[in-house]
Design a protein around this ligand. Sequence first.
Ligand code: NAD
Length: 297
Amino acid sequence: MSKLLVTGGAGFIGSHLVDKLVHDGHEVVIIDNLSTGKKEYINPRARFEQKDIRDYASIEPVFKGVEAVFHLAADARLQMSIDDPLTTHATNVTGTLNVLYAAHKAGVKKVVFASSCAVYGDIEKLPLKETMQCSPLSPYGLHKYMGEQYCRVFANLFCLPTVALRFFNVFGPRKTADGAYPMVIPIFLKQRAAGESMTIVGDGEQTRDYVHVRDVVAACVAAWQSAVGGGEIINIGNGRQISINDIARMLGGPTKTIPERKGEMRFIEASNAKAKRLLKWKPKVKFEDGLRELVGS
Ligand code: NAD
């Protein structure tokens, strides 16, 4: 049994991760300020510390005796990073620095950082590989890029084992239409349930690489348990493009078109060869099965 800390453990992905770690018999502590996370997602068998990662002094004591940290707390709303870059920078960049520094001070043995495919920017050559030059289109993507670089520097300078996982579009239960990352699937499900048309952004041909939250949790655990810890950056995606039109077709029902937003990538597909090689991880949930599960829930 290990003592593990999950920042953002009241959020969509973090709460699934906490459930898994608790289920596996570990002692889990959560840091979350509940800005987008929900109290009802918090596993009652975990210890909950309602704190803000921007406040170093308040979070530092929580790291005492912790073996590994999963750093998922972030303001993950891409549009918010454009509307309010100062506040989101404080959470996503300074907050990440605070977490890394507190982990280093406490002698933590591994930090797993939740990065994002938003670091890539609009790259025409697919699939996206970790060796490609990043050119983020939004402050959010840049924040995640800086977080990755901090992980690398802390591994090199302070021998703090770190690994950054670039999550692609994560979907699954607890992902709501109004939370972080307003995502097409929960939006479409909500619209269908209300008898409204599904809103297709632009021509609907833009694609994303959807990875199920259970697979993402498995990747986090694999990253913690692996020998990888030199600030490596690893894609966590399915390796398959799905367009907005594809999802509308799979769900079925009327659609209408709304204008495109700025700061978003057009086509996305992950190479997950590195995750397979270094973490012995591969996605198990097929998109159609994950979608069917959500429709039925
Ligand atoms: P989420 O918003 O559901 O979870 C983030 C959690 O962090 C929330 O519980 C929120 O309350 C907490 N938080 C925010 N600011 C905080 C602060 N200052 N102090 C303490 N806690 C704070 O988002 P999610 O989808 O679960 O994302 C989890 C992580 O994965 C994030 O780092 C996100 O950037 C990353 N990510 C998510 C996706 C995706 O598709 N959902 C894709 C790529 C990367």
